[in-house]
Design a protein around this ligand. Structure first.
Ligand code: GRF
Length: 217
């Protein structure tokens, strides 16, 4: 089986990176991680990659004059590792239009809300402030605008009375770890067609019912 070569960009904890590492460890999973790049030398996620025997590199954005020269360095390293799909996993840098154009439809991101609601870094706080009863996560193809682009996978979870940001974040993170490997699988199996702002998933059948909150009597 030919496996899609992934490059994962991180800035911190790396739990989504770990979810991808775990998925890729399955012999029938159609992708492999060939490189992990962090823009922060102390990112915890680097330890997950090293423990799994994956090559890691640090590209510190402070060492580059501007956003595009940093992006060009990241691009060069991804290309020299023959990366085919770039996965942003808690990567806290906006990518330049130059980068997203040169990797068109080949960069994906995971965000802890049901986009297009609650873009930006404080998605959980925004969801709590808005009083929504359902939130969740989104894996999408990256476009130059922040947290925008064709949606590949979403999962919803309830927002419960008294939830703190940490409570909601933990509940959403559990489904992030299922959604990111699923999105990678769909792309690796060539089951996604991008049509303008939409991602069409081949064989997309949903049979599980629905989520309602508060629960009915
Ligand atoms: C996740 O909540 C992800 O949705 C967001 O940043 C967080 C990264 O967490 N983009 P981790 O580093 O993968 O644990």
């Amino acid at each position: 089986m030919k496996r899609l070569k992934l490059g994962v960009l991180i800035s911190g904890r790396g739990s989504n990176l770990q979810a991808l590492i775990t998925a890729c460890a399955e012999s029938e999973f159609p992708a492999e991680i060939v490189l992990v790049i962090s823009n922060k030398p102390d990112a915890k996620g680097l330890e997950h990659a090293t423990a799994a025997g994956i090559t890691t590199e640090v590209v510190e954005h402070g060492d580059y004059a501007d956003r595009e020269s940093f992006d060009r360095e990241v691009d060069a390293r991804l290309r020299s590792a023959s990366v085919e799909l770039v996965c942003l996993a808690g990567f806290m840098r906006l990518l330049s239009t130059w980068f997203t154009d040169s990797w068109h439809d080949r960069v994906i991101n995971i965000h802890p809300s049901l986009l297009p609601a609650f873009k930006g870094i404080d998605a959980h706080a925004q969801a709590l402030a808005a009083g929504v009863r359902l939130s969740g996560c989104t894996v999408h193809i990256v476009r130059p605008e922040m947290d925008a682009g064709p949606i590949l996978v979403q999962a919803a979870v309830p927002v419960l009375p008294g939830d703190t940001e940490d409570d909601l974040s933990a509940r959403i993170l559990a489904v992030e770890h299922r959604c990111y490997p699923l999105a990678v699988r769909l792309l690796a199996e060539n089951r996604v067609r991008i049509d303008g702002d939409h991602a069409i998933v081949e064989g997309d059948t949903y049979t599980e019912g629905y989520l309602i909150n508060p629960a009915r009597e």
